[in-house]
Design a protein around this ligand. Structure first.
Ligand code: ZN
Ligand code: ZN
Length: 102
């Protein structure tokens, strides 16, 4: 496989030029088809850049959702942790009040 940039001969399997690291083969992120140019997949027609930004967008919303869930879980855990404290405190207050009455 010859590099289109510097004419260096590289093995067929090489993804980047051995000399200038110019990409020699592009793997479609959608169907794993390997081709010698970027842009659009010859097999499924997916636009590499569009697909990449779409995947990043998907990841972002996934992370956001996960973060939201963690926040909810954290507040629930906090409530569970605080429950015996607040509950114990009001019980203590109740007992103190009772003790004062006597
Ligand atoms: Zn090269
Ligand atoms: Zn493809």
């Amino acid at each position: 496989m010859r590099c289109p940039k510097c004419e260096q001969e590289s093995p067929e399997a090489a993804q980047f030029c051995l000399k200038c690291h110019h990409p020699l083969s592009f793997v479609c992120p959608a169907c794993r088809h390997v081709q010698d140019h970027g842009g659009q997949c010859d097999q499924c027609g997916v636009d590499f850049m569009k697909y990449a930004s779409y995947m990043i967008f998907q990841n972002k919303t996934q992370v956001q959702k996960e973060r939201e869930r963690m926040k909810n879980r954290n507040s629930m855990v906090k409530q569970l942790v605080l429950l015996p404290i607040t509950g114990g405190w009001s019980l203590l207050k109740y007992l103190l009040k009772k003790g004062q009455e006597h």
